[in-house]
Design a protein around this ligand. Structure first.
Ligand code: PMP
Length: 383
């Protein structure tokens, strides 16, 4: 008998309340009923995103909303900074290049963190930079960016700070307005506890100022159109109506728990996974670990590709392997979204089984008991 559990950095597990909401009868979107629903969802989303700025919604995956940021903020030939220390930071660079934007990469090695001092120096070297594109949790490495520090240095310039929170939003702390983050991008299928299919962009006034001067071509992704429609509690084009029902249910769950508690839960569970890995002699790959995803180095002598495969196919627990050059060298656990202590202990049990099956001896229960001890003690302040 097989049961399955997902602890991958997206798509994540969807609570039954959210799934049930998406199964409501589809209503027409040009109706007062939909407008009421959409207006309510927009208010809830602002609370989840911690902003009073508009949060526009697209029927797309997260990358669609990333592309929308590039085409709505910039003009061909503009210079921007892209913070790149993993596959998703690199995606910002690729998107900018695709649209003729001159992107200056501010880099760190995979597993390392780009510092605010590096961003500050790059802004000084590129005084005309229109935007700084960063990633809250670099999902490919598990590194958390110091977004609050980035915001402080970007605020001193003309540039806007755009943060890819596709994986990190509602998992790692992100105080959008309080920190002065101009644009936050997110996707439905991670900590927002929904199926894939919705993408979001929260857009500050400073970003709307840059938007007004942007000349890159856009049609479906037009922020001015999306913002105008949002004011009328609707969307420019047919929305994914049933996903909007799901979104309302997911926001209700998050807001009932409270964003501070949601962040604290992710911090506790990530702390437990790090403690468990270290208890069995494994090394955390990220130098500044996020609470969104925990990246762990494959122990010497073990075929790294087999860890996620055996965990999924034999034990029913889906985690993620490494991407790009990290393939086979790391594996990634994410107690992301709808997860609790028992999801973590189950997944760690499967990891112990798997490592033993691969010939890397682990004392049964050692990782699990370290996780339980960590979950029952206070999370260190730094995380
Ligand atoms: N950015 C980050 C940080 C991500 O984790 C992901 C998805 N793993 C993306 C962007 C891309 O999102 P999508 O696959 O929804 O387009």
């Amino acid at each position: 008998m097989k049961k399955s559990l997902v602890l991958a950095p997206g798509p994540t597990q969807v609570p039954p309340e959210v799934l049930a909401a998406t199964a409501k009868p589809t209503i027409h979107h040009r109706t007062p009923q939909f407008e009421t629903l959409f207006g309510e969802v927009s208010c809830k989303l602002c609370d989840v995103f911690q902003t009073k700025s508009p949060v526009v919604i697209f029927s797309a995956s997260g990358t669609g909303a990333m592309e929308s940021a590039v085409v709505n903020l910039l003009s061909a030939g503009d210079t921007v900074l892209t913070v790149e220390a993993g596959k998703f930071g690199e995606r910002w660079g690729e998107l900018c290049k695709a649209f003729g934007v001159n992107s200056v990469a501010v880099k760190a090695e995979y597993g390392e963190v780009v510092t605010a001092a590096q961003v500050e120096a790059a802004l000084r070297a590129n005084p005309g930079a229109k935007a700084v594109f960063a990633t809250l949790c670099e999902t490919s490495t598990g590194v958390l960016s110091p977004i609050e520090e980035f915001a402080k240095v970007v605020a001193k310039s003309e540039a806007v700070l755009v943060v890819d929170g596709v994986s990190g939003l509602a998992a790692d702390v992100l105080r959008t307005d309080a920190w002065g983050v101009d644009v936050v991008i997110a996707g439905s299928q991670k900590a927002l506890m929904m199926p894939p299919g919705l993408a979001f962009a929260a857009i500050s006034e400073k970003a709307q100022g840059l938007m007004a001067r942007s000349k890159l071509p856009k049609y479906y992704w037009s922020w001015p159109k999306a913002i105008k429609n949002l004011r009328d509690n609707t969307t420019a084009y047919t929305p994914a109506v049933n996903m909007i029902y799901g979104l309302a249910a997911a926001c209700d769950m998050l807001l009932a728990e409270g964003m501070e508690s949601v962040w604290a839960r992710h911090a506790r569970l990530a702390h437990a996974m790090r403690a468990a890995a270290q208890a069995i002699g494994l090394e955390i790959f990220a130098k500044a670990p996020s609470n969104t995803v925990t990246s762990i180095r494959v122990p010497a002598g073990v075929d790294g590709g087999k860890i996620p495969k055996i965990m999924r196919d034999k034990h029913g627990v889906t985690i993620a392997g490494g991407q790009g050059t990290m393939k086979g060298n790391i594996f990634r656990f994410a107690a992301l979204g709808w997860c609790n202590d028992f999801d973590v202990t189950t997944a760690l049990t499967a990891l112990e089984y798997t490592l033993n099956e691969l010939g890397h001896a682990v004392e049964p229960g050692k990782a699990v008991s370290a996780a339980i001890a960590a979950m029952q003690s206070p999370v260190p302040a730094a995380v």
